[in-house]
Design a protein around this ligand. Structure first.
Ligand code: SF4
Length: 454
Protein backbone atom coordinates (compact mmCIF):
# COMPACT_ATOMS: atom_id res chain seq x y z
CA UNK A 1 0.00 0.00 0.00
CA UNK A 2 1.39 3.37 -0.98
CA UNK A 3 1.32 6.33 1.35
CA UNK A 4 -0.59 9.42 0.26
CA UNK A 5 0.32 12.47 2.37
CA UNK A 6 -2.70 14.72 1.71
CA UNK A 7 -5.22 14.34 4.54
CA UNK A 8 -8.47 16.28 4.65
CA UNK A 9 -10.24 17.02 7.95
CA UNK A 10 -13.59 16.84 6.15
CA UNK A 11 -13.00 13.13 6.00
CA UNK A 12 -13.52 12.92 9.77
CA UNK A 13 -17.19 13.77 9.35
CA UNK A 14 -17.77 12.24 5.90
CA UNK A 15 -15.97 8.94 6.28
CA UNK A 16 -16.62 8.11 9.92
CA UNK A 17 -20.20 7.46 10.99
CA UNK A 18 -23.23 5.27 10.30
CA UNK A 19 -23.22 3.65 6.90
CA UNK A 20 -25.60 1.16 5.39
CA UNK A 21 -24.02 -2.29 5.48
CA UNK A 22 -25.97 -3.85 2.61
CA UNK A 23 -23.68 -5.15 -0.15
CA UNK A 24 -20.60 -4.32 1.91
CA UNK A 25 -18.22 -6.51 3.87
CA UNK A 26 -18.53 -5.48 7.50
CA UNK A 27 -15.14 -5.84 9.19
CA UNK A 28 -15.33 -6.54 12.92
CA UNK A 29 -12.14 -6.24 15.01
CA UNK A 30 -11.51 -9.23 17.23
CA UNK A 31 -11.70 -8.18 20.88
CA UNK A 32 -12.86 -11.20 22.83
CA UNK A 33 -12.75 -14.01 20.29
CA UNK A 34 -16.10 -15.66 21.02
CA UNK A 35 -18.06 -12.41 21.28
CA UNK A 36 -16.72 -11.07 17.98
CA UNK A 37 -17.55 -14.29 16.14
CA UNK A 38 -21.08 -14.60 17.52
CA UNK A 39 -21.74 -10.96 16.67
CA UNK A 40 -20.51 -11.50 13.11
CA UNK A 41 -22.77 -14.56 12.71
CA UNK A 42 -25.72 -12.55 14.04
CA UNK A 43 -25.17 -9.92 11.34
CA UNK A 44 -24.87 -12.74 8.81
CA UNK A 45 -28.27 -13.97 9.94
CA UNK A 46 -29.61 -10.60 8.78
CA UNK A 47 -27.93 -10.97 5.39
CA UNK A 48 -24.90 -8.79 6.15
CA UNK A 49 -21.53 -10.11 5.00
CA UNK A 50 -19.75 -9.70 8.34
CA UNK A 51 -16.19 -10.86 8.90
CA UNK A 52 -13.99 -11.00 12.01
CA UNK A 53 -10.50 -9.74 11.23
CA UNK A 54 -7.43 -11.61 12.44
CA UNK A 55 -5.86 -9.80 15.35
CA UNK A 56 -2.39 -8.93 16.62
CA UNK A 57 -0.64 -10.13 13.45
CA UNK A 58 -0.38 -6.51 12.26
CA UNK A 59 0.91 -5.12 15.56
CA UNK A 60 4.14 -3.92 13.92
CA UNK A 61 2.07 -1.91 11.43
CA UNK A 62 0.01 -0.51 14.31
CA UNK A 63 3.12 0.55 16.19
CA UNK A 64 4.63 2.03 13.04
CA UNK A 65 1.60 4.26 12.47
CA UNK A 66 1.06 5.47 16.04
CA UNK A 67 3.26 7.76 18.11
CA UNK A 68 3.36 5.73 21.33
CA UNK A 69 1.03 8.11 23.17
CA UNK A 70 -2.11 6.22 22.14
CA UNK A 71 -3.75 3.55 24.24
CA UNK A 72 -2.60 0.00 23.46
CA UNK A 73 -6.00 -1.11 22.02
CA UNK A 74 -5.77 1.75 19.50
CA UNK A 75 -2.37 0.48 18.35
CA UNK A 76 -3.59 -3.12 18.05
CA UNK A 77 -6.75 -2.25 16.12
CA UNK A 78 -4.79 0.13 13.89
CA UNK A 79 -2.50 -2.75 13.03
CA UNK A 80 -5.42 -5.16 12.53
CA UNK A 81 -7.10 -3.03 9.88
CA UNK A 82 -3.87 -2.14 8.05
CA UNK A 83 -2.82 -5.80 8.04
CA UNK A 84 -6.22 -6.96 6.81
CA UNK A 85 -6.23 -4.40 3.99
CA UNK A 86 -2.68 -5.30 2.99
CA UNK A 87 -3.59 -9.00 2.80
CA UNK A 88 -6.78 -8.27 0.85
CA UNK A 89 -4.84 -6.21 -1.67
CA UNK A 90 -2.33 -9.04 -2.10
CA UNK A 91 -5.15 -11.57 -2.46
CA UNK A 92 -7.34 -9.62 -4.87
CA UNK A 93 -4.76 -7.65 -6.87
CA UNK A 94 -6.36 -5.27 -9.37
CA UNK A 95 -9.88 -6.02 -8.21
CA UNK A 96 -9.15 -4.86 -4.62
CA UNK A 97 -11.67 -2.16 -3.80
CA UNK A 98 -11.62 -0.59 -0.28
CA UNK A 99 -15.08 0.86 -0.91
CA UNK A 100 -16.58 -2.60 -0.67
CA UNK A 101 -15.77 -2.77 3.08
CA UNK A 102 -16.98 -0.96 6.19
CA UNK A 103 -14.53 -1.10 9.07
CA UNK A 104 -16.29 -1.16 12.45
CA UNK A 105 -14.77 1.04 15.14
CA UNK A 106 -17.26 2.22 17.79
CA UNK A 107 -16.58 5.09 20.18
CA UNK A 108 -17.49 6.45 23.59
CA UNK A 109 -18.45 10.04 24.29
CA UNK A 110 -15.64 10.63 26.75
CA UNK A 111 -13.99 11.54 28.88
CA UNK A 112 -11.23 9.12 27.91
CA UNK A 113 -9.48 8.50 24.60
CA UNK A 114 -11.72 5.79 23.14
CA UNK A 115 -13.78 8.54 21.49
CA UNK A 116 -10.74 9.46 19.40
CA UNK A 117 -9.64 6.05 18.09
CA UNK A 118 -11.73 6.17 14.93
CA UNK A 119 -10.76 9.79 14.21
CA UNK A 120 -7.09 9.01 14.62
CA UNK A 121 -7.40 5.85 12.53
CA UNK A 122 -9.27 7.85 9.88
CA UNK A 123 -6.29 10.21 9.58
CA UNK A 124 -3.90 7.28 9.21
CA UNK A 125 -6.09 5.46 6.66
CA UNK A 126 -6.41 8.70 4.68
CA UNK A 127 -2.65 8.89 4.40
CA UNK A 128 -2.67 5.74 2.25
CA UNK A 129 -3.62 5.70 -1.41
CA UNK A 130 -6.88 3.78 -1.78
CA UNK A 131 -7.55 3.39 1.97
CA UNK A 132 -8.99 6.90 2.07
CA UNK A 133 -11.98 5.20 0.40
CA UNK A 134 -12.46 2.71 3.25
CA UNK A 135 -15.29 3.97 5.44
CA UNK A 136 -15.29 3.60 9.23
CA UNK A 137 -18.65 2.50 10.62
CA UNK A 138 -19.05 3.93 14.09
CA UNK A 139 -21.60 3.46 16.86
CA UNK A 140 -21.53 5.60 19.97
CA UNK A 141 -22.34 5.25 23.64
CA UNK A 142 -24.00 8.65 23.12
CA UNK A 143 -27.19 6.88 22.00
CA UNK A 144 -26.52 3.58 23.79
CA UNK A 145 -24.99 1.96 20.63
CA UNK A 146 -28.15 2.35 18.54
CA UNK A 147 -27.93 0.41 15.24
CA UNK A 148 -30.15 2.83 13.32
CA UNK A 149 -28.88 3.47 9.81
CA UNK A 150 -26.89 0.24 9.44
CA UNK A 151 -29.72 -1.77 7.93
CA UNK A 152 -33.32 -1.20 6.89
CA UNK A 153 -35.37 0.56 9.55
CA UNK A 154 -37.77 -2.37 9.98
CA UNK A 155 -34.92 -4.72 11.01
CA UNK A 156 -33.07 -2.39 13.38
CA UNK A 157 -34.87 -3.43 16.57
CA UNK A 158 -34.58 -7.15 15.84
CA UNK A 159 -30.91 -6.83 14.98
CA UNK A 160 -30.24 -4.92 18.18
CA UNK A 161 -32.03 -7.57 20.27
CA UNK A 162 -30.23 -10.43 18.52
CA UNK A 163 -26.85 -8.67 18.82
CA UNK A 164 -27.37 -8.16 22.55
CA UNK A 165 -28.40 -11.79 22.91
CA UNK A 166 -25.20 -12.88 21.13
CA UNK A 167 -23.16 -10.82 23.60
CA UNK A 168 -24.82 -12.55 26.58
CA UNK A 169 -24.33 -16.02 25.08
CA UNK A 170 -20.67 -15.23 24.32
CA UNK A 171 -20.21 -14.19 27.97
CA UNK A 172 -21.66 -17.55 29.04
CA UNK A 173 -19.29 -19.51 26.78
CA UNK A 174 -16.32 -17.52 28.12
CA UNK A 175 -17.42 -18.11 31.70
CA UNK A 176 -17.99 -21.79 30.97
CA UNK A 177 -14.41 -22.05 29.73
CA UNK A 178 -12.99 -20.34 32.85
CA UNK A 179 -15.24 -22.48 35.07
CA UNK A 180 -14.24 -25.86 33.64
CA UNK A 181 -10.64 -25.38 32.42
CA UNK A 182 -9.01 -25.31 35.89
CA UNK A 183 -10.68 -28.67 36.64
CA UNK A 184 -10.44 -30.41 33.26
CA UNK A 185 -9.90 -34.17 33.18
CA UNK A 186 -7.20 -33.91 30.51
CA UNK A 187 -5.15 -30.85 29.48
CA UNK A 188 -6.59 -29.13 26.39
CA UNK A 189 -10.08 -30.62 26.66
CA UNK A 190 -11.78 -27.35 27.68
CA UNK A 191 -10.10 -25.21 25.01
CA UNK A 192 -10.97 -27.68 22.23
CA UNK A 193 -14.53 -28.00 23.46
CA UNK A 194 -15.16 -24.25 23.68
CA UNK A 195 -13.58 -23.61 20.28
CA UNK A 196 -15.93 -26.16 18.75
CA UNK A 197 -18.88 -24.80 20.73
CA UNK A 198 -18.20 -21.29 19.46
CA UNK A 199 -18.65 -22.53 15.87
CA UNK A 200 -21.80 -24.48 16.79
CA UNK A 201 -23.30 -21.41 18.48
CA UNK A 202 -22.17 -19.21 15.57
CA UNK A 203 -24.07 -21.40 13.09
CA UNK A 204 -27.10 -21.34 15.39
CA UNK A 205 -27.07 -17.54 15.51
CA UNK A 206 -26.70 -17.30 11.73
CA UNK A 207 -29.75 -19.58 11.35
CA UNK A 208 -31.97 -18.26 14.14
CA UNK A 209 -31.22 -14.61 14.84
CA UNK A 210 -33.33 -12.88 12.18
CA UNK A 211 -36.30 -15.18 12.92
CA UNK A 212 -36.08 -14.33 16.65
CA UNK A 213 -35.86 -18.05 17.46
CA UNK A 214 -34.10 -17.38 20.74
CA UNK A 215 -35.42 -20.53 22.38
CA UNK A 216 -33.62 -22.65 19.80
CA UNK A 217 -30.40 -20.82 20.65
CA UNK A 218 -31.02 -21.41 24.36
CA UNK A 219 -31.68 -25.12 23.80
CA UNK A 220 -28.38 -25.44 21.97
CA UNK A 221 -26.63 -23.47 24.71
CA UNK A 222 -28.02 -25.84 27.34
CA UNK A 223 -26.66 -28.85 25.41
CA UNK A 224 -23.24 -27.20 25.31
CA UNK A 225 -23.27 -26.37 29.02
CA UNK A 226 -24.24 -29.95 29.91
CA UNK A 227 -21.40 -31.33 27.78
CA UNK A 228 -18.96 -28.75 29.14
CA UNK A 229 -19.78 -29.64 32.71
CA UNK A 230 -18.75 -33.22 32.04
CA UNK A 231 -15.17 -32.00 31.42
CA UNK A 232 -14.80 -31.23 35.14
CA UNK A 233 -12.88 -33.79 37.15
CA UNK A 234 -14.80 -33.97 40.47
CA UNK A 235 -11.67 -35.22 42.25
CA UNK A 236 -9.99 -31.80 41.91
CA UNK A 237 -10.62 -29.58 44.98
CA UNK A 238 -12.00 -26.04 44.62
CA UNK A 239 -9.27 -23.54 43.79
CA UNK A 240 -8.86 -19.91 44.88
CA UNK A 241 -11.52 -17.83 43.16
CA UNK A 242 -10.13 -14.71 41.49
CA UNK A 243 -12.33 -11.84 40.31
CA UNK A 244 -11.14 -9.81 37.33
CA UNK A 245 -12.03 -6.24 36.34
CA UNK A 246 -10.40 -3.65 34.11
CA UNK A 247 -10.48 -2.09 30.69
CA UNK A 248 -12.81 -4.05 28.44
CA UNK A 249 -10.45 -4.60 25.49
CA UNK A 250 -7.40 -5.62 27.50
CA UNK A 251 -9.17 -7.94 29.89
CA UNK A 252 -10.84 -9.85 27.02
CA UNK A 253 -8.16 -9.81 24.29
CA UNK A 254 -5.88 -12.69 25.15
CA UNK A 255 -2.94 -11.66 22.96
CA UNK A 256 -2.99 -8.12 24.40
CA UNK A 257 -3.11 -9.35 28.00
CA UNK A 258 -0.56 -12.11 27.35
CA UNK A 259 -3.22 -14.65 28.25
CA UNK A 260 -3.31 -13.53 31.88
CA UNK A 261 -6.20 -15.84 32.82
CA UNK A 262 -4.24 -18.88 31.67
CA UNK A 263 -1.17 -17.68 33.61
CA UNK A 264 -3.31 -17.27 36.74
CA UNK A 265 -4.73 -20.76 36.19
CA UNK A 266 -1.20 -22.14 35.89
CA UNK A 267 -0.65 -20.95 39.45
CA UNK A 268 -3.86 -22.53 40.67
CA UNK A 269 -6.66 -19.98 40.06
CA UNK A 270 -10.24 -20.21 38.96
CA UNK A 271 -11.09 -16.85 37.37
CA UNK A 272 -14.32 -14.90 36.84
CA UNK A 273 -13.85 -11.97 34.46
CA UNK A 274 -16.26 -9.01 34.24
CA UNK A 275 -18.62 -9.52 31.31
CA UNK A 276 -19.17 -7.63 28.05
CA UNK A 277 -22.94 -7.45 28.64
CA UNK A 278 -22.22 -5.46 31.78
CA UNK A 279 -20.63 -2.73 29.64
CA UNK A 280 -23.56 -2.74 27.17
CA UNK A 281 -26.01 -2.49 30.09
CA UNK A 282 -23.92 0.31 31.56
CA UNK A 283 -24.07 2.40 28.36
CA UNK A 284 -27.88 2.07 28.27
CA UNK A 285 -28.13 2.76 32.01
CA UNK A 286 -25.94 5.83 31.70
CA UNK A 287 -28.07 7.26 28.86
CA UNK A 288 -31.17 6.62 30.97
CA UNK A 289 -29.51 8.32 33.93
CA UNK A 290 -28.58 11.38 31.81
CA UNK A 291 -32.13 11.57 30.44
CA UNK A 292 -33.57 11.47 33.97
CA UNK A 293 -31.22 14.27 35.08
CA UNK A 294 -32.25 16.34 32.01
CA UNK A 295 -35.92 15.69 32.73
CA UNK A 296 -35.57 16.81 36.35
CA UNK A 297 -33.72 20.01 35.42
CA UNK A 298 -36.24 20.99 32.75
CA UNK A 299 -39.12 20.13 35.02
CA UNK A 300 -37.77 22.55 37.64
CA UNK A 301 -37.54 25.33 35.05
CA UNK A 302 -40.79 24.26 33.43
CA UNK A 303 -39.31 24.15 29.93
CA UNK A 304 -41.95 22.07 28.19
CA UNK A 305 -40.30 21.08 24.92
CA UNK A 306 -36.96 19.87 26.29
CA UNK A 307 -38.92 18.24 29.12
CA UNK A 308 -40.92 16.18 26.61
CA UNK A 309 -37.76 15.25 24.69
CA UNK A 310 -36.11 13.99 27.85
CA UNK A 311 -39.25 12.16 28.88
CA UNK A 312 -39.22 10.33 25.55
CA UNK A 313 -35.58 9.36 26.11
CA UNK A 314 -36.35 8.16 29.65
CA UNK A 315 -39.06 5.88 28.28
CA UNK A 316 -36.95 4.58 25.37
CA UNK A 317 -33.79 3.89 27.34
CA UNK A 318 -35.83 2.59 30.27
CA UNK A 319 -37.58 0.02 28.08
CA UNK A 320 -34.29 -0.94 26.47
CA UNK A 321 -32.55 -1.48 29.80
CA UNK A 322 -35.46 -3.48 31.10
CA UNK A 323 -35.36 -5.70 28.02
CA UNK A 324 -31.59 -6.23 28.26
CA UNK A 325 -31.63 -7.08 31.94
CA UNK A 326 -34.56 -9.45 31.68
CA UNK A 327 -33.03 -11.22 28.65
CA UNK A 328 -29.73 -11.59 30.47
CA UNK A 329 -31.50 -12.90 33.57
CA UNK A 330 -33.48 -15.41 31.50
CA UNK A 331 -30.31 -16.83 29.91
CA UNK A 332 -28.41 -17.04 33.20
CA UNK A 333 -31.38 -18.66 34.94
CA UNK A 334 -31.45 -21.52 32.46
CA UNK A 335 -27.69 -21.97 32.47
CA UNK A 336 -27.32 -21.71 36.25
CA UNK A 337 -29.82 -24.52 36.70
CA UNK A 338 -27.13 -26.71 35.08
CA UNK A 339 -23.83 -25.27 36.31
CA UNK A 340 -22.72 -22.73 38.93
CA UNK A 341 -21.57 -19.84 36.72
CA UNK A 342 -21.17 -16.35 38.22
CA UNK A 343 -23.85 -13.87 37.17
CA UNK A 344 -23.68 -10.07 36.81
CA UNK A 345 -24.99 -7.47 39.22
CA UNK A 346 -27.45 -4.91 37.88
CA UNK A 347 -25.79 -1.60 37.03
CA UNK A 348 -28.16 0.26 39.40
CA UNK A 349 -26.93 -2.00 42.19
CA UNK A 350 -23.32 -1.14 41.32
CA UNK A 351 -24.12 2.58 41.48
CA UNK A 352 -25.72 2.05 44.90
CA UNK A 353 -22.59 0.20 46.04
CA UNK A 354 -20.46 3.21 45.06
CA UNK A 355 -22.79 5.64 46.81
CA UNK A 356 -22.91 3.55 50.00
CA UNK A 357 -19.16 3.77 50.41
CA UNK A 358 -18.75 7.16 48.69
CA UNK A 359 -15.96 5.78 46.53
CA UNK A 360 -16.61 7.34 43.09
CA UNK A 361 -19.45 8.92 41.15
CA UNK A 362 -21.26 7.81 38.02
CA UNK A 363 -21.21 11.51 37.08
CA UNK A 364 -17.51 11.07 36.28
CA UNK A 365 -18.32 8.15 33.97
CA UNK A 366 -15.91 5.63 32.34
CA UNK A 367 -15.35 1.98 33.11
CA UNK A 368 -14.25 2.90 36.63
CA UNK A 369 -18.02 3.06 37.35
CA UNK A 370 -18.10 -0.72 36.86
CA UNK A 371 -14.63 -1.76 37.99
CA UNK A 372 -14.65 -0.11 41.43
CA UNK A 373 -18.02 -1.47 42.64
CA UNK A 374 -17.21 -4.75 40.84
CA UNK A 375 -14.17 -5.11 43.12
CA UNK A 376 -16.25 -4.27 46.20
CA UNK A 377 -18.77 -6.95 45.20
CA UNK A 378 -16.04 -9.54 44.67
CA UNK A 379 -14.79 -8.75 48.19
CA UNK A 380 -18.30 -9.02 49.68
CA UNK A 381 -18.92 -12.26 47.82
CA UNK A 382 -15.89 -13.95 49.35
CA UNK A 383 -13.54 -14.09 46.35
CA UNK A 384 -9.93 -14.91 47.24
CA UNK A 385 -8.29 -12.17 45.17
CA UNK A 386 -8.87 -9.47 42.57
CA UNK A 387 -6.91 -8.60 39.41
CA UNK A 388 -7.25 -5.31 37.52
CA UNK A 389 -6.19 -5.70 33.84
CA UNK A 390 -5.64 -2.63 31.67
CA UNK A 391 -3.56 -0.86 29.04
CA UNK A 392 -0.51 0.94 30.37
CA UNK A 393 -1.55 4.58 31.17
CA UNK A 394 -5.30 3.82 30.92
CA UNK A 395 -7.03 6.63 32.78
CA UNK A 396 -10.15 4.86 34.23
CA UNK A 397 -8.15 1.80 35.30
CA UNK A 398 -5.49 3.92 36.99
CA UNK A 399 -8.26 5.66 38.96
CA UNK A 400 -9.69 2.22 39.80
CA UNK A 401 -6.32 1.11 41.08
CA UNK A 402 -5.86 4.23 43.23
CA UNK A 403 -9.22 3.62 44.93
CA UNK A 404 -9.25 -0.19 45.06
CA UNK A 405 -5.75 -0.96 46.25
CA UNK A 406 -6.00 0.70 49.72
CA UNK A 407 -9.50 -0.74 50.08
CA UNK A 408 -8.31 -4.30 49.39
CA UNK A 409 -5.31 -3.83 51.71
CA UNK A 410 -7.70 -2.83 54.47
CA UNK A 411 -9.89 -5.87 53.83
CA UNK A 412 -6.80 -8.10 53.57
CA UNK A 413 -7.83 -9.41 50.15
CA UNK A 414 -5.00 -10.01 47.64
CA UNK A 415 -5.06 -7.43 44.83
CA UNK A 416 -2.93 -7.12 41.69
CA UNK A 417 -2.66 -4.46 38.97
CA UNK A 418 -1.55 -5.81 35.58
CA UNK A 419 -0.97 -2.98 33.06
CA UNK A 420 0.02 -4.12 29.54
CA UNK A 421 1.54 -2.64 26.43
CA UNK A 422 3.43 -4.35 23.60
CA UNK A 423 6.45 -5.13 25.81
CA UNK A 424 6.98 -8.10 28.11
CA UNK A 425 7.73 -7.21 31.72
CA UNK A 426 10.32 -9.58 33.19
CA UNK A 427 8.80 -9.42 36.70
CA UNK A 428 5.21 -10.07 35.61
CA UNK A 429 5.12 -13.82 36.20
CA UNK A 430 6.79 -13.44 39.61
CA UNK A 431 4.13 -10.86 40.58
CA UNK A 432 1.34 -13.22 39.50
CA UNK A 433 2.95 -16.13 41.34
CA UNK A 434 3.23 -14.07 44.54
CA UNK A 435 -0.36 -12.87 44.19
CA UNK A 436 -1.56 -16.46 43.77
CA UNK A 437 0.41 -17.54 46.85
CA UNK A 438 -1.52 -14.89 48.80
CA UNK A 439 -4.80 -16.05 47.23
CA UNK A 440 -4.10 -19.66 48.32
CA UNK A 441 -3.46 -18.38 51.86
CA UNK A 442 -6.71 -16.40 51.73
CA UNK A 443 -8.58 -19.54 50.65
CA UNK A 444 -7.10 -21.50 53.57
CA UNK A 445 -8.10 -18.80 56.06
CA UNK A 446 -11.51 -17.87 54.70
CA UNK A 447 -12.76 -20.57 52.34
CA UNK A 448 -14.33 -19.35 49.09
CA UNK A 449 -17.54 -18.31 47.43
CA UNK A 450 -19.90 -20.92 46.11
CA UNK A 451 -20.75 -19.56 42.64
CA UNK A 452 -24.22 -21.04 42.65
CA UNK A 453 -25.05 -18.55 45.41
CA UNK A 454 -26.74 -21.31 47.45
S1 SF4 B 1 -10.48 3.20 28.69
FE1 SF4 B 1 -8.28 3.38 28.93
S2 SF4 B 1 -7.47 2.31 27.15
FE2 SF4 B 1 -9.59 2.76 26.71
S3 SF4 B 1 -9.51 4.72 25.65
FE3 SF4 B 1 -9.84 5.17 27.81
S4 SF4 B 1 -7.78 5.55 28.61
FE4 SF4 B 1 -7.56 4.49 26.66
Amino acid sequence: MESNKVVSFQSLSQNVGRFNLRNKTFLIPQMNRIGSHLLAETFRGFGIDAKVMETHKGLDLGLEHTSGKECFPCQITMGDILYFMKKEEERLGESFNPESYIYFMPEADGPCRFGMYNKYQRIVLDSFNKLDRLKIGSLSTDDGYSLAGLIEEEHVRDLRKAAYFSVVVADILDRLLWRVRPYEKEPGMADDFIENSMHVMGNTFAECSSGKEFNKVLDKLEDIVREGKAIIDPAISPKPLIGMVGEIYLRTHIQANQDVIRVLERYGAEVVNASISEWVNYTTYDRLRDAKIGLRLNLKQFRVRPMMEHLKKVVNFGVELLYQQSKQKQVYKRVRSLIDLAEDHKVAHLEDTLKEQDLYSFDAGTEACLSIPGIVEYARDGYNGVVNVYPFTCMPSTMTSAIAMPLMNKLRIPYLDTPYDSSFQPGREAAIRTFMYQAHQHLKRNGRKNLSGH
